[in-house]
Design a protein around this ligand. Structure first.
Ligand code: SAJ
Length: 432
């Protein structure tokens, strides 16, 4: 058995992290405040809907290398390393570091000489040095001399976490060279692809990658709306532009969801409010946040062509999760789309093969149940299950053959041949 690691916070990031270390021979104690989660984990039951995570959990529980607990203090006393993966939510543009602070105060009571403390939670630039370090040093010990402190940003995409933890390059940013070296040694044991840097650079890189992705999607969404205005097809335009070897535009859609892209750009915004052009980040966020409203406008437009007032319409929503292949509904565009439709008195039925969440819409157990008597079918999430929808079967259930394809999963021509009015984000509307 190798040394003992404590992972604090067993959510989307902490749980896979704990399991990966446990599977590589470390003795890992995973701490979470949620007793229900801890009880499930002890029985080898996984609350994340990821096959690899569930399999690894069973394995490490049977092997005895992973111990879930709600007890944080005593587990830290015996640890050689502590990895903190607690949420750092952004509320109304302001980051809330209270969960992080709480954990750090407990750690500072227990921190010992030679221990490595790692923060993986996304934080504003400078947090490791200006916020984390002083709290830990209130113990009387100092970073670099007595204990080691590093920022190692999590970079995993929910749905694919184990593979990414093992393969995606890890940025390892210590508060000094000794901390970087000690943290590199630890992370190298699970992933050979480790890149040394300092904590500030690691913090900024994490925010840069998610903000860049948000900007890129905002540009794709802007292009989509331009194409809708002038009767072009953004999907084709982007496909062609991307044949240029130095261009890589992402896909437009019904909005950007999830807990990362919707929050991390605000952390970058905050640290450069006086910088010329910083509003670029804000505008990108505004564009992406606007897309659910744009989607509702497209639905209303389609219904108006049928002379069905929205208050009398039945709308089937396919997909509630924020992206394809996951059950995660955090900040999902579906939430805003469904609530806007309900506010307009539409009858909304939602189906998602991965989650029971409906955000107030009626729940359907199948696609057929969702689309029964629908005036419009709206594909919101790019789940693989929606890629090959059997439109001829669907057409038997719906009241009107109207398809609004926010992810451009369906072949427009094939849909039209079956008598569907096909609308897509980024597809210039051609109403006969
Ligand atoms: N989306 C689009 N068009 C696209 C790609 C995505 O509209 O072309 C939408 C998705 O549907 C979704 C949202 O953007 O609603 C975000 O999805 P995502 O797959 O882009 O990213 P996340 O939030 O699942 O994970 C991101 C990842 N960051 C990057 O790829 C740079 C992941 O690696 C990070 O670890 C994660 O954020 C995080 O935790 O920070």
């Amino acid at each position: 058995m190798k040394c003992h690691i404590v992972v604090v916070g067993l959510g989307y990031v902490g749980l896979p992290t704990a399991l990966v270390f446990a599977s590589k021979g470390f003795r890992v104690v995973g701490v979470d405040v949620d007793q229900r989660k801890v009880d499930m984990l002890k029985k080898g039951k996984c609350y994340l809907r990821e096959k690899d995570v569930a399999m690894l959990l069973k394995k490490v529980i049977v092997e005895g290398s992973f111990t879930p607990t709600t007890e944080i203090g005593s587990s830290i006393e015996n640890a050689s390393s502590v990895i903190v993966c607690v949420p750092t939510p952004v509320i109304a543009g302001e980051v809330n570091l209270s969960f992080l602070e709480f954990v750090l105060r407990v750690i500072s009571d227990k921190v010992k000489k030679g221990q490595l403390i790692v923060v993986e939670s996304t934080v504003p630039p400078g947090t490791t040095v200006n916020f984390v370090k002083p709290i830990l040093e209130s113990s009387g010990l100092t970073a670099e001399n007595d204990f080691y402190l590093a920022y190692v940003p999590e970079r995993i995409a929910p749905g694919n976490s184990i593979r990414e933890l093992l393969n995606l390059p890890r940025l390892v940013g210590g508060v000094g060279p000794k901390s970087t070296r000690v943290a590199l040694e630890l992370y190298r044991k699970v992933n050979p692809n480790v890149i040394p840097c300092d904590s500030l650079t690691a913090e900024l890189s994490k925010l840069a990658e998610n903000t860049f992705r948000d900007l890129n999607i905002a540009f794709a969404n802007l292009l989509a709306m331009i194409c809708e205005c002038i009767g072009a097809d953004a999907k084709k335009v982007i496909e062609l532009a991307n044949t240029h070897p130095r261009v890589s535009i992402l896909r437009p859609g019904p909005g950007v969801g999830g807990p990362c892209l919707t929050k991390d750009p605000y952390m970058l915004l905050k640290c450069g409010e006086q910088v010329f052009g910083i509003k670029l980040i804000k505008i990108a966020r505004e564009i992406n946040d606007y897309m659910p409203i744009h989607t509702v406008a497209l639905i209303e437009h389609a219904l108006s062509k049928l002379n069905v007032p929205i208050s009398k319409a039945k709308i089937a929503i396919l997909g509630v999760a924020y992206k394809g292949g996951v059950d995660d509904t955090r900040c999902s565009p579906s939430e805003k789309i469904i609530s806007e439709l309900i506010a307009k008195d539409a009858t909304v039925v939602a189906y998602d093969p991965y989650t029971e969440e409906t955000f107030g819409a009626r729940h359907a157990d199948s696609i057929e149940e969702a689309v029964k008597d629908a005036d419009a079918v709206v594909i919101v999430t790019d789940h693989p299950e929606f890629m090959n929808l059997d439109l001829s079967l669907l057409s038997k259930f719906v009241r009107h053959r109207v398809l609004i394809d926010c992810r451009r999963l369906i072949d427009a021509e094939a849909a039209r041949k079956l008598g569907f009015k096909y609308y897509g984000i980024g597809l210039g509307v051609v109403d006969e």
